[in-house]
Design a protein around this ligand. Structure first.
Ligand SMILES: N[C@@H](CCC(=O)N[C@@H](CS)C(=O)NCC(=O)O)C(=O)O
Length: 188
């Protein structure tokens, strides 16, 4: 199995042919002669492939929980990802000397604050976003949350929301994430 994940600032993903849109990540599974792209589809596949060998991240055996995982996976993709990616990607573009657009950052910080208010309420009823178990819905937040938390300004979005903060501390201290995190983001 090969996992392709480049370092964007130095090597544009479009220089590779890992996936048809010239982006990363992509995954090749030789065993099944299968090439996958779209990160959320890849994580779902890995959960299926390694079923029984780690935590069950889709809660597939439990109809109710599996349905809630699907909901909160969508929430990450449709509500959290658009504003947070605009902020973080703008920062990365600045490495290429794109001038700072403070209005864009402020506008998206406000949208993101609204999303995190919903999370704060949700985490009052369940330990994790979908249910009381860690699932893909939580895992999908790790990369961009990690970038946010490395900035003293953007971490202020998380710290005043006690349940979101506790959730972040929980999911980011899982051994698998602790292992990969240091390679994830250049100094934000
Ligand atoms: N929806 C896709 C997004 C893929 C994507 O935009 N990847 C970014 C990195 S997070 C990328 O390859 N950027 C490099 C580029 O656009 O050249 C996924 O989740 O895999």
């Amino acid at each position: 199995m090969h996992f392709f994940f480049g370092y964007l600032i130095f090597v544009p993903a479009s220089q590779y042919n890992f996936q048809p849109f010239g982006k990363i990540p992509a995954l090749e599974d030789d065993e099944l002669n299968l090439t996958l792209f779209e990160s959320r589809a890849i994580t779902k596949y890995l959960d299926l492939k390694f079923r029984g060998r780690g935590p069950n991240l889709t809660r597939i055996e439990n109809e109710r929980e599996a349905a809630l995982v699907a909901v909160w996976v969508e929430v990450e993709s449709q509500q959290f990802h658009p504003p947070v990616s605009k902020i973080i990607n703008h920062f990365f573009n600045r490495v290429h000397e794109v001038p700072l657009n403070q209005a864009l950052i402020d506008e998206n910080l406000e949208i993101l604050g609204g999303v995190l208010n919903v999370y704060e309420d949700r985490l009052n009823t369940t330990r994790y976003l979908a249910c009381n178990c860690y699932t893909l819905a939580d895992l999908h937040h790790l990369p961009y949350m990690y970038c946010l938390m490395r900035s003293p300004y953007w971490a202020d979005l998380i710290n005043p929301r006690p349940r979101v903060k506790a959730w972040w501390e929980d999911i980011s201290s899982r051994p698998a994430f602790v292992q990969v995190a240091p390679g994830m983001a250049p100094g934000v």
